[in-house]
Design a protein. Structure first.
Length: 135
């Protein structure tokens, strides 16, 4: 293990670890791309996610927005929604962040993301979500 991997693994552990969805996705690809997991931990978490400047919750909201815009990212979205909750983002903020993607990503991607969020929140017994977080 190099320093980047150690730093990335530590950051990932802060956000809920490498288990669950992340472990499943990388495990499913281990026989064809065994280095993919290491690349993700070193680069995404060791280099990028570990940077100063944003707290973990804000960083996760940015990642969630990017995943929504990309589309077809269900496993990654599920993992980062969990990380957002672990970082202190509350369910209403997650719903609002997903809604903010609507004019940029469109209804199909936002509806899909909201469905993923519903599953993550239901698994943590965080439903129903209040109607609004506005003051």
């Amino acid at each position: 293990m190099n320093e980047r991997f150690q730093r990335g693994a530590a950051r990932q552990a802060e956000l809920g670890g490498a288990g669950g969805v992340r472990a499943r996705v990388y495990g499913e690809l281990a026989d064809i791309a065994p280095d993919l997991h290491r690349f993700a931990v070193e680069f995404a978490y060791g280099d990028i996610h570990s940077r100063p400047g944003l707290d973990a919750g804000r960083r996760e909201l940015v990642i969630i927005g990017a995943l929504i815009a990309l589309g077809d990212t269900r496993p990654q979205l599920e993992a980062h929604l969990g990380s957002a909750l672990n970082a202190g983002v509350v369910p209403g903020e997650i719903v609002e962040a997903i809604l903010q993607a609507l004019p940029y990503a469109g209804f199909p991607r936002v509806l899909s993301a909201m469905s993923v969020a519903r599953g993550v929140l239901a698994a943590r017994d965080l439903l129903p979500v209040p109607d609004s977080i506005a003051p």
